[in-house]
Structure formats: C-alpha cells, structure tokens
Design a protein around this ligand. Structure first.
Ligand code: SF4
Ligand code: SF4
Length: 140
C-alpha cells in the first residue's frame, strides 16, 4: 500500500508534502507532484498537511484516484516527454531536483478555473478531472 497524489494537486503544488516527507520520496513535476510507489514508507505525514486533501492512501482511492496510482507508476517507470529513459528509483527527490515534466495525463489536464480546492473548472465544456484520469492506459 502507498499514498497517491490525486488530481486536486494540479496547479496547486505548494510543496507542503515535500517538506513533511521523512524519506524525501515526493517528486516534483511541472503541474503536479508524484509520490514514488517504492520509496514511500506509508507514514501518512504528507496527507495530513496537504491543503486540498490531494493525498490518498491506496486502499481509499476512488476511480479517479486509481488512475493517478497508475499515473505515478508512469511518471517513474516510463520515459517522460523529452527524456530518453525513465526516472526509475533515484532514492530521493532532493538529489534529482524538480523534474519539470509531467505525465501525459497531467500535461493534458485543463488548468483549474474556479475552485482550486477541487480543480473543477467553471468552463462547462471542460471535462471533469475524473474523466481525464480515465484516459490513462492500463499499466503494462
Ligand atoms: S501538499 Fe498537496 S497540493 Fe501541495 S504539493 Fe503536496 S499534494 Fe500537491
Ligand atoms: S506517506 Fe510518508 S513516506 Fe509516503 S510520501 Fe507521504 S510523507 Fe513520504
């Protein structure tokens, strides 16, 4: 079981979770952060400080959250755009620094407009974050 950063983090990225993590396993993309599924020790400290409740324990994930669990694996174990190889398991986000790139799922997500706490757009044509997340292909 691991903790997962879900869609509510999109475009918030205040890094409160980074400061709280005792094993430095929260990595920074461009519009969202990602918890390393193998480096996380399941302490829950990050979830308690997230201002938008974006961090969810794996067992409590809903459908959108499960998509972000798969997306976390994609962030670390598939080559990101412009990168020749996956990030893998660097053993600490501080050593790697901000990655500056997101997964395809997060890159394609519409900017939050209206309610930053839920990332739900006020644009009636905008798909809900759940609908965007469902576009994530299954893990190989
Ligand atoms: S504390 Fe929450 S909103 Fe802030 S960067 Fe971490 S997951 Fe994102
Ligand atoms: S649950 Fe603990 S170890 Fe895992 S990302 Fe959060 S603070 Fe770090």
């Amino acid at each position: 079981m691991v903790y997962v950063i879900t869609a509510a983090c999109l475009d918030v990225t205040d890094r409160s979770c980074v400061d709280e993590c005792p094993v430095d396993c929260v990595y920074e993309g461009r519009r969202k952060l990602y918890i390393h599924p193998e480096e996380c020790i399941d302490c829950g400290a990050c979830a308690r400080v997230c201002p938008v409740d974006a961090i969810v324990w794996e067992r409590d994930l809903d459908g959108d959250g499960h998509a972000h669990l798969g997306d976390a694996h994609a962030f670390f174990y598939r080559p990101l755009s412009g990168r020749p190889k996956p990030i893998g398991a660097p053993g600490g986000a501080g050593m790697l620094g901000p990655v500056g790139v997101d997964t395809d799922l997060v890159t394609a997500a519409r900017p939050a407009v209206g309610d930053p706490a839920t990332n739900r757009s006020t644009d009636p044509a905008a798909p809900a974050p759940e609908a965007q997340a469902q576009a994530v292909p299954p893990l190989a």
